[in-house]
Design a protein around this ligand. Structure first.
Ligand SMILES: [Zn+2]
Length: 240
């Protein structure tokens, strides 16, 4: 019998298991700094009594963290939802992180830097396991915004679609102002973004309106205008 050369795709359950496993085992992509208190040290004795103080996280690389967690997830809608959960859990926030230290022969040292909300992320990812794509997206949007837009309640299915930039209707200025408030956490985050950029619903004239991912979509559009001229297709999730 001929063997299929196509690699066997993972089931949704397996992808979720691996995402949670990756979440637990990844070396966190965070930059940190700390000071050392040497008041109890003898400089001639290798600083054996250094004490760590003022530990602080300088930056959290959400793009790398997301890519590591999603390394085994090939379903784009599932990947989009898990990525949103990482953000909803404020993983990007430097105050969401903690560290463990221990005393070594040469004073205190940092053993590990950990995200304090990992178990709640785990729980949320597992909640997605028994859901359809429609239920997943609505659940993630509800977690993020606290409610589900009426326009989304009639959606029968979500699918990844390639849409022309000209066919994307952008929402109002109020929305833009909100996006700018959070944008300092997101600098450089969507370069070479591999997930769908956002969630859209059809409006009139064959256009689609962005309901989630406004910042990613507008950034992608401005990048195309500036660098990738001629590439006018955006990959988004459209609910119909
Ligand atoms: Zn010292």
């Amino acid at each position: 019998m001929a063997r299929s050369k196509t690699p066997k795709l993972l089931t949704t359950q397996q992808q979720i298991e691996l995402a949670c496993k990756n979440l637990r085992s990844l070396r966190w992509d965070v930059d940190y700094k700390y000071d050392t208190d040497c008041s109890e040290c003898d400089a001639n004795d290798y600083h054996r009594n250094c004490v760590i103080k003022n530990f602080r996280i300088e930056s959290v690389n959400m793009k790398k963290i997301s890519a590591s967690v999603l390394a085994n997830v090939h379903e784009p809608i599932l990947g989009y939802c898990i990525d949103r959960i990482l953000h909803i859990s404020e993983m990007y926030n430097t105050y969401s992180w903690d560290y463990q230290k221990s005393s070594g022969y040469y004073g205190e040292e940092i053993d590990d830097v950990t995200f304090t909300g990992a178990s709640s992320i785990d729980e949320r990812i597992w909640e997605l396991a028994q859901m359809t794509d429609v239920e997943r997206i609505l659940k993630v949007l509800e977690w993020e915004y606290g409610s589900i837009l009426p326009i989304l309640k009639t959606v029968k299915s979500f699918a990844v679609e390639n849409v022309e930039i000209a066919d994307v209707a952008l929402p109002n200025d109020h929305y833009v102002a909100k996006v700018k408030v959070n944008s300092r956490y997101e600098q450089g985050m969507y370069d070479e973004w591999e997930l769908p950029l956002g969630i859209c619903v059809p409006v009139s004239n064959g256009q689609v309106k962005v309901v989630d991912g406004y910042h990613r979509v507008t950034k992608a559009i401005s990048e195309r205008a500036a660098i990738k001229k001629g590439d006018t297709i955006l990959q988004v999730i459209v609910g119909r």
